[in-house]
Structure formats: structure tokens, C-alpha cells
Design a protein. Structure first.
Length: 123
């Protein structure tokens, strides 16, 4: 992927590694591009993962979308994620997505004992 000529002026482009890290976060957490951009600005741990500090400039959703589409067009996105999966597996980790574990405690009505129910029916 090449960047445009710098002679056109304007703001310099974002680092491709930063944008790829943001796409990884988006994929791992099942977020939209807008949500991903917000979360990187909001969470210190996400900033740190992306190599940013507080107040660092974060790519917006449109910038991420353009980057993702360029990677898809060159089939680089799929290759990058396959390489990431292999690296994570080689390190001994098991990457699992789409799993939600709910440990919410919900009050349930007390069940009546069978003996009590039989007594009620008898009367």
C-alpha cells in the first residue's frame, strides 16, 4: 500500500500500523469503526496498545474504513489476520471470539416442595 505524494499538502497520513491495530481491536471486540475510534480515544489501555498517549490524534471511522477497504482490495487484510492468528497460536494462546459468558444472578421464586403441593391438592 502506498501513500499519496506529500507535495499535495494537507495533514500527514496516520501510521498504517496504528490503523491496523485499531482494526484488530475492532475485530476482537465486535465494534463498529465509529465505536472503535471512540474507544481508542476513551480507554488508556487501548491508547497504549495503539502506541498513543493521552491527547494523541486518533483516526476517525472514515479513515479506518478507507484503510480497511484498501487492505481488502489487495487481499492484505485477510493475510494480516491469518498471520496474527498464527503468531498468537504459536505463542501458546487460544484466541476465541464471539463468546459471551453471563454471570448475572437473577432472583427466582422459591419452588414449593412436592410434599407441600400434595398437601394442598389433598384439601
Amino acid at each position: 500500500m502506498t501513500r499519496g505524494a506529500g507535495s499535495k499538502g494537507g495533514r500527514p497520513g496516520f501510521d498504517p500500523v496504528l490503523k491496523l491495530k485499531m482494526l484488530v481491536l475492532q475485530s476482537l471486540h465486535g465494534l463498529s469503526l465509529t465505536q472503535t475510534s471512540y474507544m481508542v480515544r476513551d480507554r488508556l489501555s487501548w491508547m497504549r496498545f495503539c502506541g498513543l498517549g493521552p491527547g494523541g490524534t486518533v483516526p476517525n471511522a472514515n479513515t479506518l474504513w478507507d484503510f480497511r477497504e484498501a487492505l481488502i482490495a489487495t487481499k492484505a487484510l485477510e493475510k494480516a489476520f491469518e498471520m496474527l492468528d498464527r503468531t498468537i497460536s504459536a505463542a501458546g494462546y487460544l484466541l476465541m471470539g464471539g463468546q459471551i459468558i453471563d454471570a448475572t444472578l437473577v432472583a427466582a421464586p422459591k419452588s414449593l416442595s412436592e410434599e407441600f403441593m400434595l398437601d394442598c391438592i389433598a384439601y
